[in-house]
Design a protein around this ligand. Structure first.
Ligand code: PLP
Length: 382
């Protein structure tokens, strides 16, 4: 029976976007594009109007993250994936230790493993659905892991590995699906980096990094020694963190950014700060996430995938379904009704829903979503 399930209009969320990135973009952000239609869009990123937008992003994030002394907000093109390669080129001196526990944390480790000028990384591997932090290791100069593993919905602690500072190592934390949604003390990191299409509800294509003085110094050292030793390491200009730092200090990017992405990002940062900043946004995400985890715990056919309650993400919620209920069918039926991007991470291959509850998502819409899932599952069983 190829019948479509129609969820009653009154049950539907106001907005059906629950993606884990790209994620919901608020209407006010789109209106901001319209407001900048003649003054910003289609104008030079090296002139004051666009540079003011970049300045407001840098200032807004400084206040959002309670920027410690000497830390800087740096940005450039290419997204968090580009930052991994940048970190390999400009931040890791010789050898890094990684915590890997899912697709994203593993990708960075693979980048480092394939860089011919770096030594074999030390990998601390955890099972999907759990996290594993890198442990103190002799002879490493960088510790790397992800605050929120987006492929599994696992949130990991962000605190320096004991002894890492004394050995002169830097701490590089991927905050892509965490920044703006999970509490963080950036003083525990030297680079806390992310892309704007998750909690910051903008479009993709940029990376943003909160950098410590140690990271800034490391980039300069690595790139300087690369120049001196020539053959040892080629730092492509696009992957030069020092070049990105220099440009960011002037409220610019090395090469041309998507101005629309900057406008929507600036609007979102202002919205978060105006509402109460990190405390407000993280509480809002925690509330939305708990709606889902509590519903799953009560449900006859669903349960949270992540067993450790402290490791359950407040931004990307993963819910396993019983074998009798096909997640694929549930996701398709939801999509037929305008509720989109609720499927599990493809490569994880579980019978699972994965729901992005970033700050832009209304907690009331998350409540509505749980009713819609129940409605669909009941009809699928008929
Ligand atoms: C989405 C994501 C990335 C990749 O971001 P891009 O902007 O696509 O490069 C990296 N790390 C994590 C944790 C992510 O969620």
């Amino acid at each position: 029976m190829a019948n479509t399930i129609t969820i009653p209009q009154s049950m539907l969320p106001e907005d059906g976007r629950f993606g884990s990135g790209p994620s919901k973009i608020r209407e006010a952000q789109v209106r901001a594009l319209d407001e900048g239609a003649h003054t910003l869009l289609g104008t030079s990123h090296r002139q004051s109007p666009v540079r003011q937008v970049v300045a407001s992003i840098r200032e807004g994030l400084s206040s959002f993250f309670h920027l410690p002394d000497g830390y800087e907000i740096v940005l450039g093109n290419g997204g968090a994936s580009a930052f991994w390669d940048m970190a390999c080129a400009s931040l890791i001196s010789r050898r890094a230790a990684f915590g890997t526990y899912g697709s994203f944390s593993t990708k960075f480790a693979k980048s480092a493993a394939s860089a011919p000028f770096l030594e074999e990384p030390v990998i601390y591997a955890g099972e999907p659905g759990t996290f594993r932090l890198p442990e103190y290791t002799e002879d490493v100069d960088a510790y790397c892991w992800a605050h929120n593993e987006t492929s599994t919905g696992v949130a990991a602690p962000v605190r320096r590995v004991a002894g890492s500072r004394e050995q002169g190592a830097v701490t590089l934390v991927d905050g892509t699906s965490a920044a703006g949604a999970l509490p963080v003390d950036v003083s525990q990191t030297d680079a806390y980096y992310f892309s704007p299409q998750k909690a910051f509800g903008s479009d993709g294509g940029l990376w943003i990094a909160v950098l410590s003085p140690a990271a800034i110094e490391r980039a300069s050292e690595v790139e300087h020694s690369a120049t001196l030793e020539g053959a040892r390491r080629w730092v492509p200009p696009f992957l030069s963190l020092s070049a990105a730092i220099e440009n960011s200090r002037k409220d610019q990017t090395l090469n041309t950014p998507a101005v629309a992405t900057l406008i929507m990002l600036a609007n979102q940062i202002r919205w978060l700060n105006d509402n109460g900043g990190m405390d407000w946004s993280t509480a809002r995400c925690a509330k939305s996430a708990s709606v889902l985890y509590d519903w799953a715990a009560r449900s006859q056919y669903a349960q949270p995938f992540v067993a450790d309650t402290d490791a359950r993400s407040h931004s990307v919620v993963t819910i396993d379904l019983d074998d009798a209920v096909s997640a694929k069918q549930v996701v398709a039926a939801l999509r037929d009704n305008g509720i989109v991007d609720t499927s599990g991470y493809r490569k994880l291959g579980r019978n699972q829903l994965r729901i992005g509850v970033f700050p832009s998502v209304e907690p009331a819409d998350v409540v509505a979503l749980t009713s819609c899932i129940d409605y669909v599952v009941e009809r699928l069983a008929e």
